[in-house]
Design a protein around this ligand. Sequence first.
Ligand code: FES
Length: 125
Amino acid sequence: MALYSEKVMDHFLHPRNVGVIEDADGVGEVGNAKCGDIMKIYLKIDNEIITDVKFETFGCGSAIASSSMATEMIKGKPVTEALELTNKAVAEALDGLPAHKMHCSVLAEEAIKNALEDYQSKQKK
Ligand code: FES
């Protein structure tokens, strides 16, 4: 059996939503201490709805595939729904990740949460 699902390969080879949003409403950045990989997420939010999302990563193939899928999953969704996105849901949407690559999907989940928190703290100001 192949190590990676077709969906993982597709999102790795053709990642969606790669890039930067210059005037983002929320930016999140996280790193994984073990592998040293970094993930950055930019959100554009209008009326509590995520209207645009972009990511940049200095990460492995699974991290690229996870963030590509995760950004697709939260685009057009309310902030409250995006806050509930789990790395497990991302991995499932990718038809699974090898066990030792699950932490790569955590990076995507945490970066999104981080960006949402950044957005919320800016709202309070
Ligand atoms: Fe570090 Fe995948 S090995 S994010």
